[in-house]
Design a protein around this ligand. Sequence first.
Ligand SMILES: Cc1cc2nc3c(=O)[nH]c(=O)nc-3n(C[C@H](O)[C@H](O)[C@H](O)COP(=O)(O)OP(=O)(O)OC[C@H]3O[C@@H](n4cnc5c(N)ncnc54)[C@H](O)[C@@H]3O)c2cc1C
Length: 270
Amino acid sequence: MEARPDASLLATTQAGLEPFDLYRPETVEDAVKAMAAGRPPVCFYAGGTDIFAAFREGLRPGSLIWLDRLPGRGEIAVEHGRLTLGAGVTHMQAVAHPALDAVPGLADAWRRIATVRIRRHATLGGNLMARRPRYELSILLSALSARATLATASGRRDVPVESLWDLPRDEPALLLSVSVPLDGAPRLDYARDLRPTMTQALCLRDPGHDLPACRAVVATEYLQPFVADLAEGARLGLPDGFGDAIADPHWLARVSATQFTRQMERLAAR
Ligand SMILES: Cc1cc2nc3c(=O)[nH]c(=O)nc-3n(C[C@H](O)[C@H](O)[C@H](O)COP(=O)(O)OP(=O)(O)OC[C@H]3O[C@@H](n4cnc5c(N)ncnc54)[C@H](O)[C@@H]3O)c2cc1C
C-alpha cells in the first residue's frame, strides 16, 4: 500500500511506476555495461511473471534490462559431463527437452512447478534470481550440486546455486546459465506433497568423485532452503529451531525424517 498526501491509502500497482531507463542489450558485454551505467535499482526482465508481483509489492526500478535479445539464453545441452541450461529456458521448454533425461527425476519434479499459463513464460533465471523461498528451482538445483554462471561488473564467475541467496541485492548480477555435474549418475526425488508448508529434494550419486553421494535440501514457504550432505547410512537432521510460523520445528524435523526414508526407498526402487 502507498500512503497518499491526503492520508488515504492506495494499493501499490505497476500503474504507479515512475519512468525508468530501458536497456535492450544484444550481447552479454552490453548487458554488463548497462548494469554498470544504469540508474539503480537495476532490474532484469525475463519472462515477467514475477517482476509484476514485485512492482505490486513496491519495487520501483531505476533501470530495466530486457534480456530477451541475449544469445544462448534458451540453450539446453549435455556436454563435458554436465547438463547445462541457459537462464532463459522456460519451465515448459526444460521439461520437454530430452537432455533432462541425463538426471532421472528432474523433469518429473520440474513439471509440477506452476500453472500452464505461467510455465510458458517463466524462466529458470527468474525463478532463481527472484530469490523467494517458495520458488522451487533453488531446492532442486541445490540438491543436484548445480553451479550458476554469473556476469557482473567485475567479470564472470561460477558459484554454487545455493549461494545465490547470499548475493548482495544492491549489486546487479546477471545469471547466464546453470550446470548440473553428471558425475556419479545423479538421480533426484522431490517430495512436494506438503507444499507450501514444506518440500524436500534428495539426490543420490554413485561414490568415487568429489561430489556428495547423498544431498538433501529441505525448504518451507518462508525459509531459505537448508542443504545437508550426508555420509552413507546417516540420518537427515535439521538445525535446531529450523522452522517458521507455519512449519513448527518439531513437526518439520519429524516430517523431514519420514520423507527422507520414503525418498530413499523410492530411489532404491527405481
Ligand atoms: C501464478 C503463479 C504460480 C507459480 N507457481 C510456482 C510454483 O508452483 N513453483 C515455483 O517454483 N514457482 C512458481 N511460480 C514462480 C515462477 O516460476 C516465477 O515467477 C518465474 O520462474 C520467474 O521467472 P521470470 O522469467 O518470469 O522472471 P521475471 O519476472 O522476468 O524476473 C524475476 C526476477 O528475477 C530477476 N531475473 C530474471 N532473470 C534474471 C537473470 N537471468 N539474471 C539475474 N536476474 C534475473 C529479475 O530482475 C526479477 O527480480 C509461480 C508464479 C506465478 C505467477
